[in-house]
Write a protein that binds this ligand. Structure first.
Ligand code: PHE
Length: 336
């Protein structure tokens, strides 16, 4: 039995088989245990010698079994370590890299142009009081010019701001001249959605209030920032217009930066693109905001950022700016 068990033990290579072997020898019904049971049929003289022998065999086999178990365990550990080894020098999977939205890119570029000219940046809420969006902009209730802006009302006195001009009012009511600020941000109008209209879009407002400011300063700042943005060839043009908060007022055009001549898709062959509105701050607005119109004059302009971004990046549908489509956004991942 001892010989056979030791032979069997050699052939065993995993712990399950070892356990089977152990049970078949020293288990309750194991061969060795059977021998012990058989002792009852021996004569009293034979028993001690037989008992001694069985115990010796048992000890020897148990030691052999234990050693085998140890060496199997060690081998299994070796194998697992080898199988599960990690190569920490393998380069990791590249994480997806986010990009900046084209409107963010143009906004940052404009902010850096204006701050380089000495302007600071001001901010205001998108859910705005009628008071700032309209009243202080010289658009009292029932004023017909309110119809120019398709307002989304939150309640009787609260609107989603229809332009960035209320930030002008917020700045003028809290700061003393000289004021040189730009105010970029989201604005809302209840427009039908199409390739060039969205109920939410972006504007940037520019406001200057100081002593002796003239229309010439307005034209100069416009010219400088447009040339910095689109290059020295680009021209600006003012056309007479009307806004209740500026007097005189003008429409601001720039020469078409992507002009394809006669049949140009961007400017329809006119050579000019409408960018926004501007003018000298209406003295009544200065007065309502607590600034002395006898001492100070100012200019303001406001323009759409989506149009500027789309012209710069050759995007022909404003809806793309708001859909969050990764195929669109990924194209800007390397910019900025
Ligand atoms: N707030 C005007 C608009 O949204 C633009 C504007 C700004 C006009 C400042 C004049 C001066 O249409």
């Amino acid at each position: 039995l001892r010989q056979k068990a030791l032979e069997d033990l050699k052939g065993i290579s995993d712990s399950a088989a070892l356990e089977n072997l152990r049970v078949s020898i020293v288990g309750k019904k194991g061969e060795l245990t059977q021998f012990l049971r058989g002792m009852g049929s021996l004569s009293p003289e034979e028993r001690p010698a037989m008992g001694q022998m069985i115990n010796d065999v048992r000890k020897a086999l148990e030691t052999a079994l234990d050693e085998k178990a140890k060496s199997l365990k060690a081998a299994e550990l070796e194998r697992r370590l080898a199988e599960e080894a990690l190569d920490v020098t393998v380069p990791g999977a590249k994480p997806e890299r986010g990009g900046l939205h084209p409107v963010t890119l143009i906004q940052r570029e404009l902010v850096s142009i204006f701050t380089s000219m000495g302007f600071s940046v001001a901010d205001g809420p998108e859910v705005e009081l009628d008071h700032f969006n309209f009243e202080l902009m010289n658009l009292p209730k029932n004023h017909p010019a309110r119809d120019m802006q398709d307002t989304l009302y939150v309640s009787e006195n609260v609107v989603l701001r229809t332009h960035t001009s209320p930030v002008q009012a917020r700045v003028m009511t809290t700061k003393k001249p000289p004021i040189y600020v730009v105010c970029p941000g989201r604005v809302y109008r209840s427009d039908e959605v199409d390739a060039s209209h969205s109920p939410v879009f972006h504007q940037m407002e520019c406001l200057v209030v100081d002593e002796g400011i003239t229309m010439g300063d307005l034209k100069g700042v416009l010219d400088t920032f447009i040339k910095k943005l689109y290059g020295g060839e680009t021209k600006t043009r003012l056309r007479p217009s009307f806004f209740p908060f500026t007097e005189p007022s003008a429409e601001l055009d720039i020469s078409c930066t992507l002009c394809g001549g006669e049949g140009c898709r961007v400017c329809k062959g006119t050579g000019w693109l409408e960018l926004g509105g501007c003018g000298m701050v209406n003295p009544d607005v200065l007065d309502m905001c607590g600034i002395d119109p006898e001492k100070y004059t100012g200019f303001a302009f406001g323009f759409g950022l989506d149009r500027l971004a789309n012209m710069k990046y050759g995007i022909d549908d404003i809806r793309l700016n708001f859909e969050g489509d990764l195929r669109f956004l990924e194209q800007f991942a390397r910019e900025g």
